[in-house]
Structure formats: C-alpha cells, structure tokens
Design a protein around this ligand. Structure first.
Ligand code: GDP
Length: 383
C-alpha cells in the first residue's frame, strides 16, 4: 500500500514538473514560424526572410546569422536619463539660449536689441509665428517685471520657451501590446532617406530592449541599397530578429511578415523601417498607404514616427507637411540635433503637424537617441 502511495506521489510530481516546463517555454520558446519554413503566405514566396527571435538558437545554427549574436549581445543603455547624459551635445542649442539671455540682459532693450533677438530666434528655425509670439510675451514680461537681472530674465525666458514647447503634450510611445487583440504594438518609422531613419529604427530597438521589451524589426525600406543590411546589424547587436526582403522587393510584404513574426513570437512591439522616397505625394501615399493597409490585416498601427533631420530647416518642415498629409503622424523624431543651433525646429515642427517631438537623435553612437524632455532641453539651452 505504502509503495502505491509513494508511486502516485512520484507520478504527480513528474506531471507537475512537465506542465511547468511546457509553460516556462512561454515567450522564450521558439514560436512557430520564426525559425523559417512555417509561414505559408504569398509574401514569403517573394523572398522575405524571417530569422530566429532574440536569444533563441536557430534550428540550423551553422548557417543562421542570429547564432553569431547569441551570447555576445550588447546591453543598451537604460532609457531613463539619456537626455541628461547627452545634454552637452546640445551645444548649438545652448549657444542660442545663451545668446538670447545675453541680449535680454543688456542694459538697454532698444529697438536694435529687439531686432537682434528676433533675428536670433528666426535663425534657430523657430518660424515666424512662434517668433512673433515669443517676442511679444518677452516684451510684456520684461516690462511688467521691470528687470535686467540675468537670473530673473533667465526665469522668464525659460518659462516662455517651455510654454512654446508645451510640456503637456503626451510624448509617450504607443509601444505596448494590445491585450484585447493579443497582438504587438506596431510602429511605422517614416521619413525621407538621409534623415537618419534606419539608424533611428535601430537605435529605437535598443531603447525598447533597454526597457525589457521584445522587439521585432521589419526592414521594409527595400529601395535603398544596404538599408536591410544596416538594420540587420543593428538587430544582431541586441538580439532582435530582423525580417527582410529582397532589394527592390515589396515593402508591404516585408511589413506583413514582420508583423506575423511579432504575433507568433508574442513580441511587445514591431518596428517597421519604411522606404523614404519622396518622389511624388501620390507615390508616397500609395506606398505608405499599402504598407499600413497590409499591416492592419493583422494588427493596428499604433504609432507613426516621422524622422526629420534637425539641420535641414525649412526643407524638414516641407517634408513634415507632405508626410502629415499622407499618413497620420503620431510623433516626430528629430535627428542630428547634436551640434546644431537650429533647436527652434522642435517648436516649429510641433506647430506644423500638431504632434509632439517624442525622440531626439544626438549623435551617431548606438545609444544616442533619447526621449524628448522639454524641461531638460530648455535647461540645456539656457546653460
Ligand atoms: P536613412 O537614409 O534616413 O535611413 O539614413 P541613415 O539612418 O542611414 O542615416 C544617415 C546618416 O545620418 C548616418 O551617417 C547616421 O549615422 C547619421 N545620423 C543619424 N542620426 C544622427 C544623429 O542623431 N546625429 C548625427 N550626428 N548623425 C546622425
């Protein structure tokens, strides 16, 4: 009798252990379809390659590129505090802020000085509307307070710049899984080639990995030679799978497969690097429209991030306008803000599109992308 009881207990123990093991595979286990061969849609037949997910050995480790990355993965810098680390890179913006401070602290605020202030603001790409607004408010405040005290002037300027940047805007990224539909968040990264779009997609993947998110990358910029290669390298460094297609292939097909991979691997977020050809507005609309439509057969697009090069001034604003008319942009990434005195573009582009700057690129290093924080930015400007 005792032996029977011991036997039953051992059997129960084994059963519990087996169930635990199966459950434990959860997100880490190789999901079906990700190790190749599983998916059966038309898009795969067009040559889309779907690699193994992060931390998972491919079934054929001798040929799988992901094998090289496993065990040698980089640890991206934590997301919090990045802008504070990078604030020294805002040297150009600091010059702008300090120039304004110096002008406002002059003994005599005569017409010439106000002209100089206006010129400085316009030179920073703030734009005519916001410049006029800021000038008026500065004039009023300085008059009301009757001060030339640099500390007080600084406080006025800080408050007015912050007002224009609008700290109330929601700058969070829509990067959370949709629990109702049980699908990952999907972000489209759009913008003209050369703005830093692919680099930003790679950097953003790192930023999300640093926050413990499971990311899948889709290299849907199939028009620029080497874009897919570039993104694959970014992905490999942090163990993020990259879905890619043949050069010149159909971007929508790559995007579709990337989302399929994200769903099957139960990822948190899928980032799609799109083609940035600004040939004609209609062409762009067709291209991005198709990518979005195809993605949304499986999961909603939660975020459309427009990448703009901060150094391109009016040109960047024109791009913002065109993309704003073609897709529903939900956030802006301003790249190359390091070393440019064109910080006013932050305000100008928010005005143009009515959407917040969510991220800023401050260098070519892999972790030189930070969440945009209005207070840190303005404080860096004013030194
Ligand atoms: P894409 O054609 O828009 O995909 O552009 P890439 O991602 O290839 O980037 C173009 C160039 O801009 C590369 O040399 C990047 O290193 C550089 N770049 C991207 N972001 C930044 C940034 O924030 N600061 C600086 N200084 N360079 C950047």
């Amino acid at each position: 009798m005792l032996y029977i009881i011991i036997g039953v207990v051992i059997l129960l123990f084994l059963a519990v252990a087996v169930v635990g093991l199966v459950r434990g595979r959860g997100k880490q286990g190789p999901p079906k379809g990700l190790t190749g061969g599983g998916a059966s849609t038309d898009e795969v037949q067009t040559g889309v390659q779907v690699p193994a997910p992060r931390g998972v050995e491919p079934e054929t480790p001798d040929t799988g590129e992901a094998a090289a990355g496993v065990g040698l993965l980089e640890r991206p810098e934590a997301a919090a505090g990045r802008l504070a680390r990078l604030r020294a890179r805002l040297a150009g913006s600091s010059k702008l802020g300090q120039g304004l401070l110096a002008l406002l602290s002059r003994g005599q605020l005569d017409a010439d000085t106000w002209d100089e202030i206006e010129e400085t603001l316009l030179m920073s790409d703030l734009g005519i509307g916001p410049t006029t607004e800021l000038m008026e408010r500065l004039r009023t405040e300085v008059k009301v307070q009757g001060t030339r005290d640099p500390v007080e002037i600084k406080a006025i300027l800080r408050a007015e710049l912050l007002r224009l940047i609008d700290p109330q805007m929601d700058r969070s990224l829509a990067d959370k899984r949709n629990m109702v539909l049980d699908v990952p968040a999907v972000m489209l990264i759009v913008g003209v080639n050369g703005t830093g779009k692919t680099t930003t997609t790679g950097k953003l993947a790192r930023l999300l990995v640093a926050s413990d998110e499971d990311v899948v990358l889709g290299a849907a910029d199939t028009f620029r030679a080497a874009a897919a290669e570039q993104l694959t390298t970014w992905g490999q460094r942090v163990g993020v799978p990259v879905v890619r297609g043949p050069e010149g292939g159909d971007p929508a097909s790559v995007a579709f497969e990337a989302v399929t991979a994200g769903i099957e691997s139960e990822s948190d977020v899928v980032l799609i690097d799109t083609a940035g050809r600004l040939h004609t507005k209609v062409g762009l609309m067709d291209e991005l429209g198709k990518v979005k439509r195809v993605i949304e057969k499986q999961a909603p697009v939660t975020e459309v991030l427009l990448v703009l090069d901060a150094t391109t001034g009016q040109n960047g604003l024109t791009q913002a306008r065109v993309f704003g008319e073609v897709v529903n942009v939900t956030g802006v990434v301003l790249t190359k803000l390091d070393g440019t005195a064109k910080g006013g573009i932050v305000i100008a582009v928010q005005r143009e599109l009515g959407v917040p700057v969510k991220l800023v690129g401050l260098g070519e290093g892999p972790d030189d992308l930070a969440a945009f924080e209005p207070e840190v930015f303005v404080d860096a400007m004013l030194g």
